[in-house]
Every structure is written in structure tokens, then in C-alpha cells.
Design a protein around this ligand. Structure first.
Ligand SMILES: [Zn+2]
Length: 429
């Protein structure tokens, strides 16, 4: 298929992008063929798409998603999920099929909402890789997926026994990485510190759970097999241990000191800022978040740490990406646009910088800088179109006119939204 997008404005995805008019974006199959002046374009053989004054830009890249979870609002007094039961149920083929169908719905929402590339950083068994293969085979609608499949944790660690394995020693961590390798992942995810959801004491969300020798062994094995390593880290100590022992992307982050900044630079590591998961714990009333005072205090520590880490890294020229941690409470699979707004609001960046981060910067950080993230010849045809100029109003990314992912065009795409969650979150834009 050949498409020609015309009669709108083009935003390149570069850090200095400005809306450019009079351009025609030509797409051939799954690639952007050329960006040419409209007056010069020979459109024979192209399906012409009239942008009608809309704004065309690269598809969004979300480096931090959990495809196994919906991101619903928690209910009062809800019991934690018993994952032993879940895995028992998953041994029944019918249940597995239902679970896969659910995930297929989530990836459809992701792409319909403008995410044309995502990293799945911790899921159930090999589900995320299987979904990736189905999207690639053209069987279902979805974005480009980099799948970590299941993550590596330690006994008592973050998501141990659910979205992550439990490695008790460096040797076991190597073995787990090799087992995950056998499921054909695209990266390895480690859970180095605790999180807000599993903290039982003040200040505990960032408590170091994975010992440095286990981190080092897992990273070494992953790198030998050619994988990037992403790690859940929510305290300064955790960030230091992660960077000293080979982690490539720090997911969430914590308030850095000079030593941490030096380690980021030495290692060439990136920070992935995720405000969406911390915000409900930190800012919502307790009768809305259904956490307790402890959860709120820990959520506040984490939110401040995430913001300070991103701000300091940006100031120091360290790569910073933004991701949503979709699947955490109140984060549904169509809400990447909110993270751009939070990034502007809390990290003092411009909307232009936020859009650049969500496209080109994120693509570079996850190793896809020459595949996607900008509107230029040779890149994948990953394109979204908004009604208004997002550099003046990022909210326009909420409802897109159309999405193209790897050359597949979606128009009039419908997403079933959660009105309650939307109404709660809209107060924090
Ligand atoms: Zn996560």
C-alpha cells in the first residue's frame, strides 16, 4: 500500500521540532518513503489522506508497560491477588486463552491510542512475546512490542512469584536469565528494590531486595546473550547498585547524588521517568486510592524521587525517557498522553521536549533509534495525527484522528474508556 498524507502540519519528533506546513509524507508499505514539498509531489498510485489541517507526528513510544494487567481502580478492602492461584488456573488451557484475549485487547488499546512501540517489562510467562509475534504476523492489531516476558526478582522481592522469578543466588539469576532467553525475549527486566505496593514500613518502597552480586550476575548473563537490562529501582541505594552492576535503564529512579550522576554517565545508562504510577498514591485522597497512610507516605517518597531523578538527569545531559507503568492502579492502556502532561507539569520541561522524549528519545533509549521515533525517509511508518497543535495543547493527544503503525492505518478507532478513572485523573492534568 502507498499513502500520501497532505494538507496538514508535520512535527518531526526532533528536539527542535516546529509545525511545518506544505509538506507531503509519503508511505510505502511499512516505511516512510519520503517527506517532500506538496507542490513537487507526484501522487499517482498513492491513496491520498487529507489531514484537514491536522498535526502529523511520530507514533508514541512507551518503554514501560505491563500487558498482563488492566490498570483498574482498586476497590476498598480488596485482597491482594493470589498469584499461586492464578498460575494454577493458567495451567487450564481455556483460562490461558481468556488471558491472552485480554492482553490482545490491551495491545489494541495501546495502538489505537497512538502508542506504536512499547516495551513490556514484566509479564506472565512468555505471554508478551507471544502477543508480539501475533502482531508481527498481522493476526491482531497492536504496536511494535519489545517483550521482557517474565522478570527476575528475589524471594520476597517486587512481584516475586507473579510477574517475576525468584533468584536466590548469582548462579540462579544466571540460570533464570537463560530460561527467559529460551522464551525469545527482547530484553531482560530485573526487580532490584521493593515497590510501593509491597512496602510494609515507611521508606521501604526503595529497599534493596536484590543483592549486588545477583544484579551483577543477571546483567552479565543478559549482556552476553545480547540483551539490554531494565531494572525496577526506587531508592538512591538501588540506583547505585543497579548502575555499578550493569543495568542499562533505570525504571522509575530516585533522588540522585553526585556519585549516581557520575555512574549514569560512566555506564551510558538512561533514566525512565514514570510519574503515572506514583501520582495516585501520592496525591489522591485515601478513599479514592484505597491505600493507607503508609502507602501515601511511601508513594510521596517515590514520586519525589522519580521527579528529582529525571530533572537532575536532564540537567546533566543524561538520557531521560518517559513511560507509564501501565497496569498499575489507575493506569489504563490508552493513557500515555497523560504522562507527557505530567512530565511538563512536574519536571519543568516544555511540551516540545515532552513530545520529543515520548518519540525520538524513547526510541533511542530502547535501542530503536534508527527504526522509529521521527518522521523521516527510511523510518518505520509509525505515525499519529492530532486535531490541534500538541506543542500548544498536549491534551489533543487524548483522541487521535488516526494512527498508523508499521504502515497499518487505523481510522475511526474506538477505545472503551473507564469514565470513573478518567474523571479522577483529569483533576491532575
Ligand atoms: Zn513496572
Amino acid at each position: 500500500m502507498k499513502y500520501a498524507f497532505k494538507n496538514g502540519y508535520v512535527l518531526s519528533g526532533n528536539a527542535d521540532m516546529k509545525p511545518e506546513s506544505g509538506l507531503c509524507v509519503l508511505v510505502s508499505d511499512d516505511k516512510i518513503e519520503a517527506v517532500v514539498p506538496e507542490s513537487d509531489a507526484n501522487l499517482d498510485g498513492y491513496e491520498v489522506i487529507d489531514l484537514d489541517g491536522g498535526y502529523l507526528m511520530p507514533g508514541l513510544v512507551n518503554p514501560h508497560v505491563h500487558l498482563a494487567v488492566a490498570g483498574n481502580a482498586p476497590k476498598a478492602n480488596a485482597k491482594p491477588v493470589d498469584y499461586k492461584k492464578v498460575f494454577k488456573l493458567l495451567s487450564i488451557p481455556g483460562v490461558k486463552a481468556v488471558m491472552r484475549k485480554m492482553e490482545e485487547g490491551y495491545v489494541r488499546d495501546e495502538v489505537f491510542s497512538g502508542v506504536t512501540t512499547l516495551r513490556a517489562v514484566g509479564g506472565i510467562l512468555d505471554f508478551d512475546g507471544t502477543i508480539r509475534d501475533k502482531v508481527n504476523a498481522g493476526k491482531i492489531a497492536g504496536p511494535r512490542i519489545l517483550a521482557a516476558n517474565t522478570a527476575v526478582s528475589v524471594p520476597g522481592g517486587h512481584f516475586a512469584g507473579s510477574l517475576a522469578t525468584e533468584a536466590e543466588s548469582p548462579e540462579m539469576a544466571r540460570e533464570h536469565v537463560r530460561q527467559i532467553h529460551a522464551t525469545n525475549p527482547d530484553l531482560i527486566k530485573l526487580m532490584i528494590t521493593g515497590g510501593v505496593m509491597d512496602a510494609t514500613e515507611d521508606g521501604e518502597p526503595g529497599i534493596l531486595r536484590m543483592s549486588p552480586d545477583i544484579v551483577a550476575a543477571a546483567c552479565d548473563e543478559a549482556h552476553k546473550l545480547g540483551y539490554q537490562v531494565a531494572a525496577h529501582v526506587e531508592s538512591p541505594e538501588g540506583v547505585r547498585v543497579a548502575l555499578e552492576n550493569g543495568v542499562d535503564t533505570i525504571e522509575h529512579g530516585a533522588k540522585p547524588d553526585e556519585e549516581i550522576i557520575r555512574l549514569f554517565k560512566e555506564r551510558g545508562a538512561a533514566d525512565i521517568c514514570t510519574i503515572s504510577p506514583a501520582l495516585p498514591y501520592c496525591l489522591f485522597d485515601l478513599d479514592v486510592s484505597h491505600t493507607d497512610e503508609l502507602g501515601k507516605r511511601n508513594g510521596t517518597i517515590v514520586m519525589n524521587g522519580i521527579i528529582e531523578c529525571a530533572k537532575m538527569c536532564i540537567k546533566e545531559g543524561i538520557p531521560v525517557g518517559i513511560g507509564t507503568d501501565t497496569g498499575c492502579p489507575f493506569i489504563r492502556h490508552y493513557d500515555m498522553w497523560r504522562e507527557l502532561i505530567y512530565f511538563v507539569k512536574y519536571c519543568d520541561v516544555t511540551p516540545t521536549f515532552a513530545l520529543y522524549t515520548a518519540t525520538k528519545r524513547n526510541a533511542e533509549i530502547i535501542g530503536l533509534g534508527d527504526v522509529t521515533g521521527t518522521i523521516e525517509a527510511g523510518k518505520s511508518a509509525d505515525i499519529i495525527v492530532a486535531s490541534e497543535n500538541p506543542l500548544e495543547n498536549l491534551k489533543t493527544l487524548k483522541d487521535l484522528k488516526m494512527v498508523m503503525a508499521s504502515g497499518k492505518l487505523y481510522r475511526g478507532q474506538k477505545i472503551k474508556k473507564d469514565e470513573y478513572i478518567d474523571s479522577v485523573l483529569d483533576q491532575y492534568l
